[in-house]
Structures are given as C-alpha cells and as structure tokens.
Design a protein around this ligand. Structure first.
Ligand code: M6R
Length: 611
C-alpha cells in the first residue's frame, strides 16, 4: 500500500526522501512524488510508474533544494494511477502540500462543499480534498495549527497524513487515524514514515503514533498532541534489526532470500520458547486459570495469515479438544460475531497493520473478548491493541508474497496449542514431547527441504506453461493447499484454485481435462490412501499430477504420478511447516520462468491498510 516519508533537518531533503521511498517500494505502488520546501516555496515533482522515473526526473533529488519535505508512493484507490493523481497534492494557494495513506470516506461531501465555495480540483483523489480543505480553514483563521485541528475534526475514514506549509518552512505536520505512521528522532533531524524500513538507515529511535494524534516535527525534535490537542510524551522504541535484514544480501529476489531464511526464523521464533523440553511462553500474561476458563476460540486473519489459521484450526482442535472457528477478518467484522467475555480471539498478522484484521480485533474487543495476537512487526497497531502479543521474530519481510512470516506464525501457533493443551489437560505426554521434539527439529529439516531447490526449479520449468492449476488435499493438506495455491497465483499470475479433495466430485472435477495440472498434497499419513484415490480420480480425467508427500511414501507415489516432491517425516501436525517450503519454491521458480516481477506482483501491496 501507499508509503509516506518525511524529513526535516540540516541536510538536503530530496535525496533522503527518495531513499526512504525506495525502501518502501516493496509495499507496492503505482506512482510516486516528493515535495520539498526551500526558499519559502514548495517544489513538487511526481510521476506515474517506478521510483526510478522520479529519481531521473529530479536528477536523484538534486533539482529540489530545501531541508524539509515529504514523499509518497501511491497505490491507487481514488482515480487512475497517473501523474496528476500522484501525491503530494497542493492546495489552491500552492502553499500547502499533503501526502496521505488511507481513504477519506466523506471526501465526496467535503469536495462538494469546497466546489460550492469556488475551489477547483485537478485530480480525482480524496487527498486533494484534504489539501484544499486545509487551505480553506487556514484562509479563514490564519493559524495553521488551528486549521489542521479543524481539518482533522472534519475528516472521516482512515488517514496517515504528512503535511507541509510553505509559511512554516521549519516544520512538518503528521496525523494518524487507522493507518500506520511513525516518527523518527535523529541528531538535529526528525523523520516521518509509514514503515520503519524507510528510517532504519537514519535512526533507530522511533515513536509509533496512535489514532487521533497530531505531531509537529522540526530539527529540534517532535511535539506530539493527543485527540484533545494536549501535548503528550510517548514511549520510544529502539529498532534493533540490522539494515542488511532489509537488503537482498546477494539473492536475486527478497522472496528467495526470505524462503532461505526460514530455518533461522523458525529457530528464533521457537528455540527461546522451549526450555528443558517445556514450552515457556513468558510473553503471555494469561494465567493458567484464565486459560482453563477460555470459552470459544476464534482465529481471525487475512490472506496467508488466514491460511495459518486454517492449519491452526486443525491443530488446536486436536490439541485442545474444542471447536476453533477460523474467520476471514473482512467477514468477521461485519458478521455480528457471537463472541464475548471469556472468549479468546487469536489475531494473526505479519504487518500488524492490516485494516480488516485491525477492525475485526476492535469488534471482538468491544464485545468483551480477550485478544491474543501473533504478529511480526514489533510495536505495530495490532500488537499494541491486543491483550497479549506473541511476536514471531521473523525480522523484516520485504517480498509481498509472505514466506518466513507464514512459517513463523505457524510455529508460534503450534507452540501455543501445546502450551494451552498442557494447561487444559487435553494434550497427553506423548503428543507433548513429540510436538516439542518435532518443533525443535524443524529448522534442520527445513534446511534439507531447501536443498531441493535445483530439482524444484527443474519441475517448475516443466510446469510454467500451465494457465490453470488445481491444488488438492485433505485435512492439514487442504489447509496447506490454500497457501500453496495463493503463493502460485499471486506471483506467477497463473489461475490456481485449492480444493478439499473430497469436494472435487461435487463440481470442480468437471474442469479437469487432458493435461490439467493438479498438485496433490499427500503429506498427511493417516489420509494417504484417500489422497491416492483422489490422484487416480483426476488422472482418469487426464490430469498431469505433481504430488507432495513424505520421504517414506515418495517411491510409492512416484509409481503413480508424473512428478514428486517430498519432505521429511515429522509429527503429523507439523507437516504443513515443512510442506509449505517446496510449494513456496515451486511458485517462486514458476514466476521466475514466466519473467514476473516476483517481489512486487501487480496490483498487490505488502501491507493492506485500506478496506
Ligand atoms: O500483514 P498481514 O499478515 O495481516 O497480511 C495479510 C495478507 O495481506 C497477507 O498474508 C497476504 O495474503 C500475503 N502477502 C500473501 O502472500
């Protein structure tokens, strides 16, 4: 989604803004722009397309002189991706520039009012309405702080705003509601960004803004105001990950780098939480009494995080012997959910900023449920609004297609299942020790799967021409097929669908014809024979089958199908942790063969901060 950066200090702003925007490119965007204040005037450059075009247009920023500015990468919501709709947007006086993430829900009404007052608009965006409305208030009262306050009172919807006014060439304004925004503190400089990756090169001293807050940034520091415009002090966070973590480190793509990082990431997410063979979740504040008293359990998330929830449903139900509802956050929030006091809502999110997930969290919280989130980005909105947070410690994930976040979320959810099951008395000694042993062995087993990279690449070459693919599986393999299918379609643009194998004959099998590629997941031992029957069923209709199974069954499978991939044997509940790795690699190599923009697939954004 859109990215924001802002800088005020002693150095030239434009190169810093461009560098910050470059680090936000991974989030997905279709146009970019910067505004710099120098010599009492605003200079703006913006353009459709990649940031490289903007860099060229400004000679790497050297054309714009000034030590204060704002920048933006836009992911179109209102109006086509073009130069005019790109941010920053200027007020009619040309004295105010605004960048914005989010959606102003009452923009049409506000625009109408401004049109009636004689304002004209160049773009189709909701953001230009913000710039013009601010101009209107400023014109009326002559005090910029008061004008910004009036503006924020008038806006409905979600926003992270960066604002510059040429009449105040020493300060930036920032405001937040339902869209991430953070402030960076440097030596004689202050920074603004929608994502910490934009700032890590300049400062590690960060403050996360909360909803309703306004900040004024200058080279002397930052002043923050609450909803009532009272000055407040906020907790500072130190970002401790290395800048290399957000660089490709010699890999062709971030996605490949992040796939390869999974053994380390899963080790970090789990090893410190297992002590002397026992799962120790010291970051959880729930007492054993509270855990035993849990009523209903919901898992709420979007996209791949929801797919982790699907695996979690099977595993938690097995370990806790109680019903676990897994819900898409975008559906949950509007479904009048039957959730309340005593219930536990497990919220899963890599970014911790997904708007639908956040809204679902708030809905559940409003109804009295306890919120336990599994989040990667430390200090993110979802983490801060949860009663408990289990961080996944995967480090920054840059590729839009999630890989290491998925794996670490699943690892943490499995730990949670073992921990709760033990306290609830629903996990027996054998399962407990098998799970703990299995979880500890995962990193090394994942490394063995990663060694199959070249072979998977060869299979991908054979399959890259397909335009329709079906993933099938039962039980945990079905949950895994959802992720395998999403991974493939989002980066290779191949039409792909995931089905519970047993459902095939209820409609979908009519689509299977000569040469259709079916990816049959058959890792789950107890249902292996059933999986084989489904393989035969699709083969009888002419399907070409690529199967994924465990090492001990690979030979039997190879006799039946066209292509086989395998993962090492482990405790059945942990199989998706291993099974996902070859599926990620398969999707990666297919996209590579098809020449796709792997790290930045079309139309997608890393962090989905709009509804
Ligand atoms: O940051 P989140 O985990 O809340 O994001 C949810 C989805 O947008 C995300 O998992 C998406 O489906 C993946 N990028 C797909 O690879």
């Amino acid at each position: 989604m859109c990215g924001i950066v802002g800088f005020v200090g002693a150095e030239q702003a434009a190169p810093i803004l461009l560098d910050g925007l470059r680090r936000l490119e991974y989030r997905g965007y279709d146009s970019a722009g910067i505004a710099v204040c120098g010599g009492g005037e605003l200079q703006i450059k913006k353009s459709r397309g990649r940031l490289a075009i903007l860099s060229e247009l400004t000679h790497d920023g050297t054309d714009l002189s000034g030590t204060l500015g704002i920048g933006h990468t836009r992911w179109a919501t209102h109006g086509a991706p073009n130069d005019v709709n790109a941010h920053p947007h200027l007020s009619r006086s040309g004295r105010i520039a605004v960048v914005h993430n989010g959606i102003i829900e009452n923009y049409a009404e506000l625009k109408e009012q401004l049109l009636n007052k004689g304002y004209t608009f160049r773009s189709e965006t909701d953001t230009e309405v913000v710039a013009q409305l601010l101009d209107y208030y400023y014109d009326g009262c002559g005090d910029f702080f008061e004008a910004v306050t009036c503006l924020l009172n008038a806006l409905e919807g979600a926003y992270a705003l960066g604002i510059v006014c040429a009449d105040y060439p020493d300060r930036l304004y920032a405001a937040r509601k339902d869209a991430p925004l953070l402030l960076g503190y440097g030596e004689g400089a202050s920074y603004l960004a929608s994502d910490v990756t934009a700032l890590i090169r300049y400062t590690r001293d960060i403050v996360y803004m909360d909803d309703g807050e306004l900040a004024i940034l200058s080279d002397r520091g930052v002043r923050i105001y609450d909803r009532q415009m009272r000055p407040i002090e906020k907790e500072h966070h130190h970002i401790d990950w290395e800048i290399d973590a957000a660089e490709k480190g010699g890999y062709a793509h971030f996605m490949l780098k992040e796939i390869m990082e999974q053994p380390r990431a899963v080790r970090e997410a789990t090893a410190a939480r297992i002590q002397g063979g026992r799962v120790v979740l010291s970051d959880l504040t729930m007492t054993p009494e509270q855990i035993r008293a849990i009523g209903k359990i919901y898992i709420v998330a979007c996209g791949s995080s929801y797919h982790v929830g699907m695996v979690g449903k099977y595993n938690l139900e097995r370990m806790l012997r109680r019903t676990v509802e897994v819900c898409l956050a975008s559906e949950f929030r509007y479904s009048d959910p039957i959730v309340g006091e005593g219930d536990l809502v497990i919220v899963i999110s890599q970014s911790g900023e997904t708007l639908d997930t956040m809204a679902a969290l708030r809905e559940a919280k409003k109804r009295g449920a306890r919120i336990l989130s599994i989040v990667n980005v430390v200090g993110s909105s979802i983490a801060r609004e949860s009663d408990d947070v289990l961080y996944t410690w995967a480090g920054p994930e840059i590729a839009v297609a999630t890989t290491k976040a998925y794996s670490t979320q699943m690892a943490v959810l499995n730990l949670l299942g073992v921990y709760f099951g033990d306290i609830m008395g629903t996990v027996d000694y054998e399962t407990y020790t098998d799970m703990v042993r299995g979880i500890l062995a995962l990193p090394e087993q994942m490394e063995r799967v990663l060694e199959q990279g070249a072979a998977i690449h060869e299979l991908a070459k054979r399959c890259a021409h397909h335009e329709d693919v079906f993933f099938i599986g039962r039980n945990l393999d079905y949950a895994l097929s959802l992720e395998g299918s999403l991974k493939l379609k989002e980066i290779s643009y191949i039409h792909s669908e995931a089905y519970a194998s047993g459902e095939l004959k209820h409609g979908t099998i009519s689509l299977v014809e000569d040469g259709t590629l079916v990816i049959a997941l058959a890792t789950y031992g107890p249902l292996f024979d059933k999986a084989m029957s489904n393989v035969e069923e699709v083969q009888a209709r002419g399907a070409q089958v690529l199967a994924l199974t465990t090492g001990d069954r690979a030979d039997a499978m190879a006799e039946q199908v066209d292509m086989v991939l395998s993962v090492p044997e482990t405790e059945p509940m942990l199989l998706p942790q291993l099974g996902v790795v070859p599926l990620q690699m398969f999707a990666y190599y297919i996209a590579l063969e098809r020449g796709c923009d792997i790290d930045k697939p079309r139309n997608l954004a890393k962090s989905v901060t709009v509804e």
